[in-house]
Design a protein around this ligand. Structure first.
Ligand SMILES: Cc1cc2nc3c(=O)[nH]c(=O)nc-3n(C[C@H](O)[C@H](O)[C@H](O)COP(=O)(O)OP(=O)(O)OC[C@H]3O[C@@H](n4cnc5c(N)ncnc54)[C@H](O)[C@@H]3O)c2cc1C
Length: 387
């Protein structure tokens, strides 16, 4: 048994999952460096190679331990934590990371605005310095999980007099601060996963600024590259994405039609290729190199998931179109939503976290080294840009 697995065994012996309070267990797991072994010591990890993480997770799961990566933690763990690790002060890291791993804090991402989605750097939410605080005004949109969130990662404009990428500053926002208003938006599935968020004279202490004033774009880039790997590269265990289709295929032979067998097999192979590529992406991310290649993982995941859910809907025929769960909240954790809900939700995959068109541009420019898009607004102060 490796030293690491011995540590896991000893930890489980000292903290019987059946007899230990959930939060206490998860906090102790973080403090023992077993939340994510490749993270630094004192911050949930042991500075070890990520290669054994899967075995560590499997051992905890087999012992009945609570999951330290709750589904609602996708933004906090997948997107905010890499930015905090890379750009945060050690005080911020100590304060912010632990409740993400325990699931005690759900976070959301206040990036997109009505006039700033693909062109995120054109955003208008303003932050003005006032003593030890910043005062923030603006509107964000499509904010997933804002209705549950304790904190948000937020990009603001702090200097309108310089070109759009240069005048941005990044903060961690307390979603309970006065002046934060969350209004739900109903999406195609009938659920309200995302929201509009209005910020009116919201005060953020300077201690909650992540990175230097005016350097928010670099922090946002770390976040977005991690986001693409998180969305596109996280599809383990084996078969997770394609399993519902395979189950329907196996259990309902009466639904099969000629030619579909080949398409189902092809999708299985592609899903497996996507999963294996995702393992490599996660390793690169763990090594601090999220890289633009994550865009390819996100692009292939979103297109593949749309094809998989479309084939299942086709297989189910009229049954696949019947919709029974128009609930306003996302499906409870651990449940597999109905096929038509999965089909409708997959439409958003090619928009959220960067549209497929934008990802193709990134792959062309930053991975393949093709000539960049023409950018006429690069040297113009943000306040002088037409809006
Ligand atoms: C399910 C879901 C969840 C989301 N969650 C969040 C969240 O939690 N937080 C958050 O901040 N945002 C979130 N978003 C917003 C998402 O990031 C944006 O919708 C996305 O970046 C696109 O921006 P936009 O909607 O403004 O479209 P636009 O930027 O207006 O684009 C419209 C169309 O033009 C195309 N286009 C734009 N520029 C170019 C170009 N240069 N070259 C080629 N084509 C181009 C786009 O690809 C798209 O097809 C979410 C979106 C969805 C669908």
């Amino acid at each position: 048994m490796s030293d690491l697995m011995r540590r896991v065994t000893e930890f489980l012996a000292a903290h019987d999952p059946a007899a230990t309070d959930r939060w206490e267990f998860l906090r102790a797991r973080f403090d023992a460096g077993l939340a994510r072994i490749d993270w630094p010591q004192g911050l949930g990890g042991l500075g070890a190679s990520p290669a054994e993480q899967a075995a560590v997770d499997a051992a905890f799961a087999a012992a009945g331990a609570p999951n330290n990566r709750p589904a609602l933690g996708i933004i906090g763990l997948g997107m905010a934590s890499p930015a905090i690790l890379r750009h945060g002060t050690s005080k911020q890291q100590q304060r912010l990371l632990r409740p993400l791993w325990t699931g005690e804090e759900i976070w959301c991402q206040l990036f997109s605005e009505p006039g700033a989605g693909s062109d995120l750097a054109s955003l208008a939410t303003r932050a003005v310095r006032d003593g030890d605080d910043w005062v923030v005004n603006g509107q964000k949109v499509w904010t997933s999980l804002a209705q549950f969130a304790r904190r948000a990662i937020l990009v603001t404009r702090t200097d309108p007099n310089v070109p759009k990428h240069e005048g941005l500053t990044y903060f961690v926002l307390d979603m309970k601060a006065p002046g934060v208003e969350v209004r739900p938006l109903r999406q195609i599935t009938g659920e309200s996963e995302f929201n509009e968020v209005f910020l009116t004279d919201v005060r953020i202490p300077d201690a909650d600024r992540l990175g230097a004033v005016g350097e928010g774009w670099a922090v946002a880039m770390t976040t977005l590259m991690s986001e693409r790997t998180t969305i596109g590269g996280g599809h383990s265990p084996r078969n997770a994405m394609v399993a519902p289709l395979m189950n329907t295929w196996r259990s309902r032979p009466e639904l099969r039609t000629a030619g579909l067998h080949e398409r189902v097999l092809e999708l299985w192979v592609q899903a497996e290729a996507s999963r294996v590529a995702g393992v490599r992406r996660r390793q690169a991310q763990a090594a601090g190199r999220p890289g633009p290649e994550g865009s390819a993982a996100k692009l292939s995941f979103s297109e593949l998931n749309q094809r998989i859910t479309a084939v299942e809907t086709e297989l189910l025929g009229a049954e696949g179109l019947r919709y029974a769960d128009w609930r306003p909240e996302r499906a409870p954790e651990g449940t597999v939503p109905a096929a038509n809900r999965r089909y409708l939700r997959s439409r958003g995959n090619s928009i959220e976290g960067g549209t497929s068109e934008i990802l193709r541009n990134i792959i062309a420019e930053r991975v393949l080294g093709l000539p960049p898009e023409v950018r006429v607004d690069k040297d113009i102060a943000w306040k002088d840009l037409p809006r």
